[in-house]
Design a protein around this ligand. Sequence first.
Ligand code: SF4
Ligand code: SF4
Length: 56
Amino acid sequence: MVDKNKCIGCGTCVAICPVGAISLDGEGKAVIDRAKCIRCGACQSSCPVEAIDITK
Ligand code: SF4
Ligand code: SF4
């Protein structure tokens, strides 16, 4: 769901997720908790580098 090669760790998706499903891992890359995600699409729309694809 998150392409770690593209993610720059800006934290935008973490801040915008309405259910707190995204966090940054030890390398500063976004990770989505699939159990919490409601697939609203907000993170995908907000990512400046298009690192997120929630259809995957
Ligand atoms: S699709 Fe919505 S609920 Fe799922 S991680 Fe992104 S912002 Fe959060
Ligand atoms: S918004 Fe995009 S670049 Fe920023 S932390 Fe999230 S996935 Fe990474």
